[in-house]
Design a protein around this ligand. Structure first.
Ligand code: GCU
Length: 408
């Protein structure tokens, strides 16, 4: 029986509200209140006292422990072309292999680098949903993205190309790197998925029991950091100008990667919704109960205790966003994406801005939710694209604009 046929799912789904008029006014907790009840006074105290408390809270209650570094990591360039994207880019495919004792695991990264750049270039990296060969129509990109039986999750080349638009980023002077998230943790709530994931490196008997301390989102975020490590060896790429991006569940992942790895100087959450940028306490769209039912492997088992408590939480997702400060944070929403609560994504950014203000900058430039297709650009940026849950050229262009301003 699928989870959607259970009474628990039906009960949880019946409680979902998608109407703004029915959103009660609730106070959003301030992340500046420390565990001892005192208030953070300055940036030093944020970085050294409160930030570690919040990071520890998210580790224990939502995303689990960041996996360790394996004993050995190997980066191998398995293909390189100088004539990619109509001659504008160098394209590389880099196999990243981890070894821990007898165990090994690998992931395949696809990288496009502007060809005529004068000097090292800034870049974005992010995970894709369906395999590297789906992110571009270039015929010879190696297929990736397999389920627990080793079958490709998608064989249609280029079917997600609209989500990447490599040529656009390259024309603006950015490199882009991507890897399929199934390579790191196949996105299924089964014991087989845990075994085939990178947790199999560290635990020979990996299973969903690890869910007490580990999560799929934790594994994916870790994978983003390992992609960054691999790019540190690339002479055309400037790892001091790194951005991390992600859409939807992979937007939740990009936020968690940015929280753990401060080498990411721009962090992009595109339509990341609940468990990502959105406030739980507004109770608009997805609920904690539903997320835990359908995607138990995304969060630690203990996150279930918050089911039905969305309105009464003593924290909210402004806490997660604040872990990015004082670096650049971009939040993107879409008008039709009510499941992710666009206004909640915006307001979380507004509430998190109190942390940027400790650093003497404003954070989100305005407290009023902007109309569709208006870009707010600041240390915390926001826009709401007209249309459905997706990441498209318009979204990329705002993120690239923010990164260009920051990186010069
Ligand atoms: C589901 C899930 C969301 C998630 C989204 C996605 O809709 O409920 O939390 O963000 O999938 O990743 O596509």
């Amino acid at each position: 029986m699928s989870v959607y046929d259970t009474q628990a799912w039906k009960d949880a789904a019946a409680k979902i509200n998608l109407e703004e008029d029915k959103v009660p006014v609730r106070e959003i907790p301030s992340v500046l209140v420390k565990n001892d009840g005192g208030k953070v006074e300055n940036a030093w105290e944020w970085m050294n006292v409160r930030r570690p408390q919040v990071l520890d809270f998210y580790t224990r209650e939502l995303f689990g422990e960041f996996p360790p570094r394996p004993q050995e990591i190997k980066h191998e360039v398995v293909s390189c072309r100088n004539d990619a994207l109509g001659g504008s880019a160098v394209r590389k495919e880099i196999k990243i292999t981890f070894r821990q004792g007898e165990n090994s695991h690998s992931m395949l990264m696809l990288v496009y680098i502007p060809k005529d750049a004068k000097g090292k270039v800034p870049f974005f990296l992010g995970l894709n949903f369906k395999g590297n060969h789906t992110t571009t129509s270039e015929e010879d990109v190696i297929e990736s993205g397999r389920d627990t039986e080793g079958k490709l999750v998608e064989d249609k080349r280029g079917c997600q190309a609209q989500r990447w638009e490599f040529a656009n980023a390259v024309s603006k002077g950015f490199a882009v790197a991507t890897c399929c998230y199934h390579d790191i943790f196949p996105d299924f709530p089964t014991d087989e998925a845990w075994q085939k994931s990178i947790y199999g490196l560290f635990y020979p008997d990996a299973s969903s029991k690890l869910n007490d301390r580990h999560t799929a989102i934790g594994a994916w975020a870790w994978g983003l950091s390992r992609m960054l490590d691999a790019l540190e060896g690339e002479e055309m790429i400037d790892c001091r100008r790194a951005g991390v991006t992600g859409h939807s569940r992979l937007g939740k992942t990009a936020l968690w990667a940015g929280a753990n790895d401060q080498r990411f100087k721009v962090v992009v959450s595109n339509d990341s919704g609940h468990g990502g940028a959105t406030l739980f306490k507004r109770c608009l769209g997805e609920s904690i109960d539903i997320m835990n039912m359908v995607f138990p492997h995304w969060f630690v088992a203990g996150f279930k205790k918050y089911g039905n408590m969305d309105a009464d939480l003593e924290f909210d997702q402004n806490f997660l966003l604040s872990l990015i400060a004082p670096r650049a944070l971009c939040i993107g929403s879409a008008t039709e994406d009510l499941w992710a609560d666009p206004k909640g994504e915006f307001l979380a950014g507004v509430h998190a801005s109190e942390v940027w203000q400790l650093f003497g900058v404003k954070g989100m430039p305005s407290g009023t939710h902007p109309a569709a297709d208006v870009n707010l650009t600041g240390e915390v940026s926001y826009h709401m694209r007209t249309g459905a849950h997706n990441i498209l050229l318009q979204d990329w262009n705002h993120y690239l604009e923010v990164a260009s301003k920051l990186f010069g």
